[in-house]
Design a protein around this ligand. Structure first.
Ligand code: C2E
Ligand code: MG
Ligand code: MG
Ligand code: MG
Length: 282
């Protein structure tokens, strides 16, 4: 009898947990269309460090939403909603515009050749107009397309490779660089490398986590690095958290590293301080 009561109680809790999650999602979905207009979206920036020269190559812009009641919402929670509700193009435009303006400020500070990367939703690849739109946004911000990187994922390309490739070729022709994000965890990775106008490969952080402890993980990264080098891609290793990982990576050749070891993603003011601090001669 007690077991039954327990089961009932548990059932109720599960329902209310589900209910709460559902309510949260419903609230986010209702409020998302107004988030940009209300100024609730903001970008954080995470540096990418060249391990050979120990210099900062640039930063990746990552979106956040400061919901008035629920606090800061991570992109993995609201980007899928934006895609579902047809709001992603508007958000992407805002991200590119904001990141390019910020990038221009940094370049004016004397961080020349400083690159900005932005994540592109697979949905955006379905819209051929972004081939014109993105360069126009960069031009308005006076940010050079050569210093601008769009990060795409393999999963985003599966649905329509042909269209995706045409769009990426168009963007590449305007000088924008394309990075393959989260490399190694999706499908058909190798054929994408052959057929898409990629110049940067980002090794997924699931490989980085145990690189200093697990020989297999280290060998996978080493192999990706060699492959990328022979194809003349730049390599960014994501999710670098410890000095031990950096040490292993240094032995693998010239790499760019990104992760909490160097810095968490920071708001524009904080990252500006971080960049200026690092630029100071020792
Ligand atoms: P991503 O592009 O692969 O970004 C890297 C994610 O790993 C970021 O999470 C970052 O905060 C996190 N990260 C960085 N270094 C470390 C580390 O050392 N350890 C660990 N554990 N994590 C690390 P975030 O910001 O939550 O973004 C998650 C994903 O959301 C991104 O993955 C990207 O796919 C997507 N995203 C972010 N911003 C945008 C955006 O503006 N537009 C679109 N469409 N997607 C975005
Ligand atoms: Mg990314
Ligand atoms: Mg990634
Ligand atoms: Mg990711």
């Amino acid at each position: 009898e007690r077991a039954l009561a327990y089961a009932k109680e548990r059932g109720r809790n599960q329902i209310s947990q589900y209910g709460a999650a559902h309510e949260r999602e419903a609230m986010l979905e209702t409020h998302l269309p107004y988030a940009a207009k209300r100024g609730e979206l903001f970008l954080v920036y995470q540096p990418k460090v060249d391990l050979t020269s120990d210099t900062v190559m640039g930063v990746e812009a990552l979106i956040r939403w400061k919901h008035p009641l629920l606090g800061v919402i991570p992109p993995n929670e609201f980007i899928p909603l934006a895609e579902k509700r047809g709001l992603i193009c508007e958000i992407t435009q805002w991200v590119i515009e904001t990141a390019a303006k910020q990038g221009k400020l940094w370049q004016d500070f004397g961080l020349s050749g400083f690159k900005i990367s932005v994540n592109l939703s697979p949905y955006s690849l379905k819209h051929a107009q972004i081939v014109e739109q993105v360069p126009a946004l960069l031009q308005q911000a006076h940010f050079p397309p050569q210093d601008f990187i769009l990060e795409v994922t393999e999963t985003g390309l599966i649905e329509n490779v042909e269209k995706g490739r045409a769009v990426l070729n168009g963007l590449r022709a305007k000088g924008i660089q394309i990075a393959m994000d989260d490399f190694g965890v999706g499908f058909s990775s190798l054929s994408y490398l052959r057929n898409l106008p990629i110049s940067i490969l980002k090794v997924d952080r699931s490989f980085t986590a145990r690189i200093d402890q697990d020989e297999k993980d280290a060998m996978i990264v080493q192999t990706i690095v060699q492959l990328a080098k022979s194809m003349q891609f730049h390599i960014v290793v994501e999710g670098v958290e410890t000095a031990e990982q950096v040490q292993v990576l240094r032995q693998m050749g010239s790499l760019i590293a990104q992760g909490y070891f160097f810095s968490k993603p920071l708001a524009s003011g904080e990252i500006t301080d971080w960049l200026l601090e690092r630029k100071k001669p020792a």
